[in-house]
Ligand binder design. Structure first.
Ligand code: SAH
Ligand code: SF4
Length: 400
């Protein structure tokens, strides 16, 4: 079976090249051809020697997930359903804005964490995505959005300027594959993205927040959704394992311990150096050149009517997060059938936002995009062959 080269970051491709008797610089050429120039056909990789091209077409391939369907919302948001085999499908969403284009990508088929307000969580869980299936979403979207125009990958004309891991699945529960995909996004020979423009969103797997800081610090968003353990235990069940005190401490560590010369003029860094051994050499300059990923954490907070949207809960949040440099992003709940929740009204959301802002916090309300194609936050359902049989259990409960 040929090796899918999308499954490998620079380090993996270097090992692959060694395995076929090629020098390490070939790996860099491959990253550039595959990701920067979006080329899947080895025959067209013109600066590789003829025999190498012939060899590659025997032992390797560049195979992204297959597009099953595509939909475009009235606001220009585009969603792709991609096949990842054996009846499973994942979703990827592109959100165009005036000054940026954001691709929202998935990290797992379904999700095992069962947050009660999330449609992905209701689907059950099948498996982790491979690195190739994760980076393949960016590869495909780039190709489809650029319509073959050659200069779309020059920095000024970049169509996808930001990537958020806010699609299906919990990225920090699929750590190694997600980090490999992040390395390819950051690699100058790959997508050359700044760490500030790549965001991992997590429901709060504390040990892996620390690992992410050590191995690939990118912008971090935390799905907070509640000011107390009692409520968060119900909405985000992983909170029972990693309660708010531990989560807040991990958030502080994430922004505090950036390497001394990587922090912008915020003065936040304490100078703990990044362990050089775990940063791939080709990326080491990034930790010096373009600053800390973010010197704040983004807290995502889904607005659920009558559940977590009272002004006094906003005040509790101010106290909870007082030692964490942060911004709040309030997400109006996106409904799906039988969710059992309702979206908070605009006046309630405004009052909540104003309470946070009166305490000196930055709080924005997320514009809901792509609702008419079920492409908004938390609506992605894909096609999950549920190994956990969660859907059956839930249907049995609902009919009892
Ligand atoms: N598993 C990760 C990332 C995927 S979810 C996480 O939980 O952070 C991306 C964001 O959408 C999270 O903040 C999640 O809590 C939120 N979300 C989930 N369901 C939602 C819904 N129905 N309406 C609005 N936001 C939702
Ligand atoms: Fe999983 Fe995130 Fe949905 Fe929770 S909100 S079930 S962690 S995808």
């Amino acid at each position: 079976m040929p090796v899918n080269l999308l499954d490998h970051d620079l380090r993996g491709l270097t090992d692959f090249c060694a395995s076929i008797g090629e020098k390490p610089f070939r790996a860099r050429q491959l990253v550039r051809w595959i990701h920067q120039l979006r080329e899947a056909d080895f025959a067209r990789m013109t600066d590789l020697a003829g025999p190498l091209r012939a060899r590659l077409s025997q032992v390797a391939m560049v195979r992204p997930p297959e597009v099953i369907s595509e939909s475009t919302a009235s606001d220009g948001t585009r969603k792709w359903l991609l096949s990842v085999g054996t009846g499973n499908g994942i979703e990827t969403v592109f959100i165009p804005e005036v000054s940026r284009g954001t691709l929202c990508i998935s990290s797992q088929v379904g999700c095992a964490l069962e947050c009660s307000f999330c449609s992905t969580g209701r689907q059950g869980f099948n498996r982790n995505l491979t690195t190739g299936e994760i980076i393949g979403q960016l590869w495909l979207a780039n190709k489809l959005l650029s319509d073959g125009r050659p200069n779309a990958d020059s920095r000024r004309e970049r169509i996808i300027s930001n990537v958020v891991m806010m699609g299906m699945g919990e990225p920090l529960a699929n750590f190694d594959n997600v980090v490999s995909a992040l390395y390819i996004m950051l690699d100058d020979y790959g997508y050359g993205m700044s760490r500030r423009r790549v965001t991992v969103s997590t429901s709060g797997i504390v040990p892996n927040i620390d690992r992410l800081r050590a191995e690939c610090p990118v912008a971090l968003a935390i799905s907070l959704h509640a000011p107390s353990d009692e409520l968060r235990d119900r909405l985000v069940p992983i909170n029972r394992k990693y309660p708010l005190r531990e989560l807040m401490a991990a958030c502080r560590r994430y922004v505090d311990a950036m390497p001394a010369d990587a922090s912008p003029a915020s003065g936040r860094a304490t100078g703990e150096p990044m362990p050089p051994s775990i940063i791939p050499a080709a990326l080491a300059h990034k930790w010096k050149r373009d600053g800390a990923p973010r010197d704040f954490i983004t807290f995502e907070y889904v607005m659920l009517e009558g559940v977590n949207d009272r002004v006094e809960q906003a005040r509790e949040l101010v106290v909870l997060t007082r030692d964490v440099p942060c911004k709040f992003n309030l997400i109006p709940f996106n409904p799906f059938p039988n969710s059992g929740y309702r979206r908070s009204g605009p006046a309630q959301i405004r009052a909540f936002q104003e309470t946070l802002m009166a305490a000196g916090l930055i709080a924005t309300v997320r514009k809901t995009r792509g609702e008419d194609i079920d492409g908004a936050c938390g609506q992605l359902a894909g096609q999950v062959v549920d190994r956990t049989r969660r859907r059956l259990r839930r249907e049995a409960q609902e009919s009892a």
